[in-house]
Structures are given as structure tokens and as C-alpha cells.
Design a protein around this ligand. Structure first.
Ligand code: GLA
Length: 388
């Protein structure tokens, strides 16, 4: 990959002196969905697929961005003193947002850079190609300019760029999982205070299989922000009954006791999901630590049901993938992963059943939805690295 990027860099900008190549992964969340902006727990892991960038400082006051995934868009230019969101600049808004937030944090990114990006995360799949390019850009800037910023800070800055520059009110999960990824481990993160713990995710005789629905969506045009406001509205009412800072502080029983104050059936279901999903995540990690993959899988299934019925972020594509998966031999657990509204599902499948799983779920999906899903048997990788 390094060679490929270097060649492309040479072709696009001419010369590869001082060019360095960096990588940041994508992520998949095993359980704990739509809990990260509700002060709850998440359990994501970094993947070995992700985004690569060849980059150098260019001695100008302009940044140049080029992506091998969007060749038709050519080089996108952005002046250092004019880093504002611009729809015309398309995907380049992600790295632009990072540089703008670095400047805002008082870090002297006072020279332009040239970038060639190349990613192997399917776009709009829900495997966080956007958080991956954000964390990658922050990491590359840190290395090229030599300032200090640890990976937790990088993840916070990247989330800020997504919230304030791109305008998607996401939580911290994706950026954190990508910046802090560890090979063969998932991250049990408490989003209330960012305390975290790595848990080994080496599944004996089983594989993690991602099924991509190929239903395209971006978070910007999804109902993501709407779900977030619904939870905030529910929380405000619950706070009149109990002294809590987030939905993540409530147990199921505590929620049931005071939920009626929310007064609106839909908002009760949204908040219920956030509370129950958080508790499921805590239980799922405990089960995994006790080597009880069966219970972990059952909690994954319950997570999907809650996202389908109470949070309503699945849709026919994801439901077809998951509900078919549940009927296939050797499936330990299956659920949608990420924001929903399209994107991917994640399943734990017994190794000897993976081929049949892909064939059966693939066929049913194509027959029902009219186009094919893609399947990836994935490995858990580590966080950002420089490729030498
Ligand atoms: C997206 C957001 C995350 C998280 C998930 C849902 O991936 O970026 O912050 O909220 O959706 O769990």
C-alpha cells in the first residue's frame, strides 16, 4: 500500500521527498449502540481495514487534498486561513475540519500540506470511514508538525470537528475506537467519563462477519440528530424526578419507575433503548470475560430488537440481514452496527458455518431487497500507525 500511495503522490504532485505514509483503521461496534451520547457504555473495536494517507508539508499556505477513492473530484484546494465548511469541497471537509480545529486549539499548523488518501472501508457503510479520515489527518498533522497530542485528545478533537465543522452531533465512540484500537481487543468505554478497558476478543472457532447492506446513507441526512434530541428531551423530563446527568446512569428498574414523566410514547421508547442498551453492554462484556460467548450473542440479538422496535433505526435492509442471520446454523449473535438507517450488520459466526452464512443471507437479501449485500470476514486491528 505504501508503494501504491507513493507512486500516486508522485503522479499527482510530482516528487516524493519528505513524504510520509500513515494509516488509521475503521471500526465496528460489537454492542452498545446509540449509548455514547447518552452517557452509556460502548464496546467497539478497530479493524484492519481503514484509510491510508501519503502526506508532506508543502511550503505553501494552501492544503491540497486528493483521494484515490474519488479520483473524478481531482485535487481539492483549501487555504489555511479559509478553512470553513464548503459543500463543493465534498469529502475534503473532513481533513479540513481537523486542520481548522487544530488551529482553533492554538496549534500552529502554519504551513500547507499535500495529501493523497486511499481507503479500503466501504463508503457510507457505517464502519466509520469519516472518523477514520479525521483521526488519520490529526495523526498525520501531529507527526508532520511535531506537536504533542495523545490519542485520547486526538479522538476528542476529531469528534469536535465532526460535530462543529461537519455538523453531525455524533458521540465519541467512533473516533475513540479508531484512535485507541488494539489488535485482537475491543474497547469497553464508559462515555460518561472516558474511562476504558481493553477486553480480548479472540473468539474460539468463530469469526466476526460484517454484512454491508449497500443502502447508502450519510449521517448528515439521516435521523441521527433527531434521535439525539429525542433522548435529550426525555432526559430533561426524567431529571425533574431524579438527580441524573445522563440516561446512562439509570438501571432498568429505576427507569421503569419514573418513565411516565416523559409523557410521550415515542420518547419513552427512545429513552428505554438508551437505558436498556447500556445495561446490556455491561452485561455482555461481563459474559465475554467469563468466556460465555453464547450470552454475548444473545445480548447482541436483543440489542438489534431494541434498535428495531424502540429506537427505530434499522429499516428493511438491516432487518432482513439480521433476521435471516438468526435462522442460519452457527450464528452466535447478529445485529446492526453503527448509526443504522442502512450501513452494516455484525455477526459472530462459527468458523465452519461462515460460507453457508454468506451464501444463505446473501441470497435471501438479494431476493428480497433487489440488490446484493457484501460480506467481510474481519480481523481486529490496532490504532493509527506510520508505515515505513
Ligand atoms: C455513529 C456515531 C457514534 C454512535 C453511533 C451509534 O456511528 O458516530 O457516535 O452514536 O452512530 O451508536
Amino acid at each position: 500500500m505504501r508503494e501504491k500511495l507513493m507512486q500516486e503522490f508522485e503522479r499527482i504532485y510530482g516528487g516524493t521527498e519528505d513524504v510520509r505514509v500513515f494509516f488509521a483503521p475503521g471500526r465496528v461496534n460489537m454492542i452498545g449502540e446509540h449509548t455514547d451520547y447518552n452517557g452509556g457504555h460502548v464496546f467497539p473495536c478497530a479493524l484492519t481495514i481503514g484509510t491510508y494517507a501519503a502526506a508532506r508539508r508543502n511550503g505553501m499556505d494552501t492544503c491540497r487534498f486528493y483521494s484515490m477513492n474519488f479520483e473524478h473530484l481531482g485535487i481539492i484546494y483549501a487555504d489555511l486561513d479559509e478553512l470553513v465548511y464548503d459543500k463543493e469541497k465534498d469529502w475534503a471537509n473532513y481533513p479540513m475540519g481537523i486542520i481548522a480545529k487544530l488551529q482553533e486549539a492554538g496549534i500552529a499548523v502554519d504551513e500547507g500540506m499535500d495529501f493523497v488518501f486511499c481507503g479500503n472501508i466501504p463508503n457510507s457503510s457505517g464502519l466509520s470511514s469519516s472518523a477514520s479520515i479525521e483521526v488519520l489527518t490529526a495523526f498525520a498533522c501531529r507527526e508532520l508538525f511535531g506537536f504533542e497530542m495523545d490519542f485520547v485528545e486526538i479522538s476528542k478533537l476529531s469528534q469536535k470537528a465532526e460535530n462543529q465543522f461537519i455538523g453531525v452531533n455524533c458521540g465519541i465512540m467512533d473516533q475513540f475506537a479508531i484512535a485507541m484500537g488494539k489488535k485482537d481487543h475491543a474497547i469497553f468505554l464508559d462515555t460518561a467519563d472516558l474511562s476504558y478497558e481493553y477486553a480480548p476478543l479472540v473468539l474460539e472457532n468463530a469469526k466476526i462477519v460484517i454484512a454491508c447492506s449497500n443502502k447508502k446513507r450519510g449521517l448528515g441526512d439521516s435521523k441521527y440528530n433527531e434521535r439525539r434530541s429525542e433522548c435529550e428531551a426525555a432526559l430533561a423530563l426524567l431529571q425533574t424526578k431524579k438527580d441524573i446527568k445522563s440516561l446512562g446512569e439509570l438501571s432498568e428498574a429505576e427507569f421503569e419507575e419514573i418513565k411516565d414523566v416523559i409523557g410521550d410514547e415515542v420518547k419513552i421508547r427512545r429513552a428505554k433503548h438508551a437505558v436498556y442498551e447500556n445495561q446490556r453492554t455491561i452485561r455482555a462484556v461481563a459474559a465475554l470475560k467469563a468466556n460465555d460467548v453464547k450470552t454475548f450473542g444473545e445480548l447482541m440479538n436483543a440489542s438489534h430488537v431494541s434498535l428495531r422496535d424502540d429506537y427505530e433505526v434499522t429499516g428493511i435492509e438491516l432487518d432482513t440481514l439480521v433476521e435471516t442471520a438468526w435462522t442460519v446454523e452457527g450464528v452466535i449473535g447478529s445485529r446492526m452496527t453503527g448509526a443504522g438507517f442502512g450501513g452494516c450488520t455484525v455477526s459472530i459466526v462459527r468458523e465452519d458455518c461462515v460460507d453457508n452464512f454468506i451464501q444463505t443471507v446473501g441470497e435471501t437479501y438479494k431476493n428480497k431487497i433487489g440488490y446484493a449485500a457484501d460480506f467481510y470476514v474481519v480481523d481486529i486491528g490496532s490504532g493509527p500507525v506510520e508505515l515505513n
